[in-house]
Design a protein around this ligand. Structure first.
Ligand code: UD1
Ligand code: UDP
Length: 355
C-alpha cells in the first residue's frame, strides 16, 4: 500500500513521528510531502532530527503568505504530486492550511483521504482552524478520532466517511520520548531556569495575535505574575510584536526562541504550570500531570477541562490570575491513560478501510 502524508506545520511533524515509524514496521510505503508552511530551522528541521524522522520526500516550500495564496500554492503542488505518484490514500493531520490543501487536492482526484485528529470542534468559525477541520472532515473517507467527543461531533454532523476512535498520536510520541528528554535535554541549564522554578507560556493563535491591544495585554499579564515565566515565542507572535514596537520590560518574563521537541517536553515536565493558547500543549500538560490555563475562550479538548487539569481563561488579566490562583491551591490529578495502542488501531483501520 502507498500512502502520501501531507504535513507542513510544527505540530504535524510531531504527530507524524508515531505513524511514520509504524508504517515502516507494517510494510506500508509512505511518501512524506512537506508543504513548507513552517520553514525556519527551529520550526521545522529540528523536529525531524529530534524525532529521528527521515527528511520529507518532497518540500513544496510555500512559506508565508495570505490564507488564500498559501492554500492555493499548496493545492497545485499536492495535486501534481498525487498525479505523479498515485497513492492509495492521502493522510493529513489536524487543522492547518496544509491539512485542508491536502484533503481538497486528494478528494478532487478521488484519492481517499485519511484524517488523523478528526472530529475536533471549537464551534467557533472565526478560527481558521475550525474552517479547516470541518471541511477536511467532510472530504475524508477515513476519520480517525482522538476522543469520544470528537466521534460524537462527527456523528451529529452526519459525516459520511468511516469513523474510528483510535486515541491520540501526540500522546504516543510524548510517552515514547519523555524519559529521553528528562535525561538528555540540557534546556534548563541553557536558559538558566531550573525545573520547578517557572511557568511555561506560549501564544500564537490568530485570535490572540491579530489584535495589538489584546496581545499587549496578555504580554503585560505574563510579565507581572508572581512567578517567572519562560516563553518560547512563535515567529508569528515575535513578528507582530516587533512590528508594533513591543519591548520586553519585565524582569520575570523570559522570552526565548522556539525550541525543539525534546527540549520542549523537558520544559513542560519542569514547569510549575502551563499558560497557553496551543492545542497540543493543553494535552501534553495534562498527560504530564501539569495544570494548564488556556488563553482562549473555548477549546476542542474538552476532556482536559473535565479532568480538572485545564481551565479556560481567555486573555482577560483577572481571569488568568484567578485561574492560576485556583490551581495553585489544588494538587493536579495525574491522567494515567497511556493510550499505547493508538498506532496499532490506526494501522488496522487503514488496512481494513483503504483498498
Ligand atoms: C499555523 C496553523 C495553526 C497552528 C500553528 C502551529 C493555519 C491556518 N494555522 O499557524 O493552526 O496552531 O501553525 O504552530 O494553518 N513564520 C515564520 N517562520 C516559520 C513559520 C511561520 O516566520 O517557520 C511566521 C510568518 O510570518 C508567517 C506567520 O509566522 O506569516 C504565521 O505562519 P502560518 O504558518 O501562516 O500560521 P501559524 O500562526 O504558524
Ligand atoms: N512545541 C515545541 N517547541 C516550542 C513550542 C511548542 O516543540 O517552542 C511543541 C509543543 O510541545 C506541541 C506542539 O509544538 O507538541 C504544539 O505546536 P503549536 O503550539 O505550534 O500548535 P498547535 O498545537 O496549537 O496547533
Amino acid at each position: 500500500m502507498k500512502i502520501t502524508t501531507v504535513i507542513g506545520a510544527r505540530p504535524q511533524f510531531i504527530k507524524a513521528a508515531a505513524l511514520t515509524k509504524a508504517f515502516r514496521e507494517h510494510g506500508i510505503h509512505e511518501r512524506v510531502l512537506h508543504t513548507g508552511q513552517h520553514y525556519d530551522e527551529n520550526m521545522s528541521d529540528v523536529f525531524f532530527k529530534d524525532l529521528e524522522m527521515p527528511e520529507p520526500t518532497v518540500n513544496l516550500a510555500v512559506t508565508a503568505s495570505s490564507h488564500a495564496e498559501q492554500t492555493a500554492t499548496m493545492l497545485t503542488g499536492i495535486e501534481q504530486d498525487i498525479l505523479n505518484f498515485s497513492p492509495d490514500a492521502l493522510l493529513v493531520y489536524g487543522d492547518t492550511n496544509s491539512t485542508l490543501a491536502g484533503a481538497l487536492a486528494a478528494a478532487k482526484l478521488n484519492t481517499p483521504v485519511i484524517h488523523v485528529e478528526a472530529g475536533l470542534r471549537s464551534f467557533d468559525k472565526r478560527m481558521p482552524e475550525e474552517i479547516n477541520r470541518v471541511l477536511t472532515d467532510n472530504l475524508s473517507s477515513l476519520l480517525l478520532c482522538p476522543t469520544q467527543t470528537s466521534v460524537n461531533n462527527l456523528i451529529k454532523e452526519n459525516i459520511s466517511g468511516k469513523i474510528e476512535l483510535v486515541g491520540d498520536v501526540m500522546q504516543v510520541v510524548l510517552m515514547d520520548l519523555i524519559n529521553v528528554a528528562k535525561s538528555e535535554s540540557r534546556i534548563h541549564e541553557k536558559i538558566g531556569h531550573p525545573a520547578g522554578s517557572y511557568y511555561l507560556a506560549t501564544v500564537h493563535r490568530a485570535e490572540n495575535t491579530n489584535n495589538a491591544d489584546k496581545l499587549f495585554s496578555v504580554m503585560e499579564t505574563l510579565g507581572s505574575l508572581d512567578e517567572k515565566v519562560v516563553f518560547p515565542m512563535h515567529p508569528r507572535t515575535k513578528n507582530v510584536l516587533q512590528s508594533w514596537g513591543w519591548k520586553n520590560t519585565s524582569e520575570s518574563l523570559f522570552v526565548i526562541e522556539p525550541v525543539g521537541y525534546i527540549d520542549m517536553i523537558s520544559l513542560i515536565a519542569g514547569a510549575r504550570m502551563i499558560l497557553t493558547d496551543s492545542g497540543g500543549l493543553q494535552k501534553e500538560a495534562g498527560w504530564l500531570g501539569k495544570q494548564c490555563v488556556t488563553l482562549r475562550e473555548n477549546t476542542e479538548w474538552v476532556e482536559t477541562i473535565e479532568a480538572g487539569l485545564n481551565r479556560l481563561a481567555g486573555t482577560d488579566d483577572k481571569a488568568i490570575r484567578n485561574a492560576i490562583a485556583d490551581f495553585e491551591n489544588k494538587k493536579p490529578n495525574l491522567n494515567k491513560n497511556k493510550n499505547i495502542s493508538v498506532t496499532k488501531k490506526i494501522i488496522s483501520a487503514i488496512k481494513n478501510n483503504i483498498v
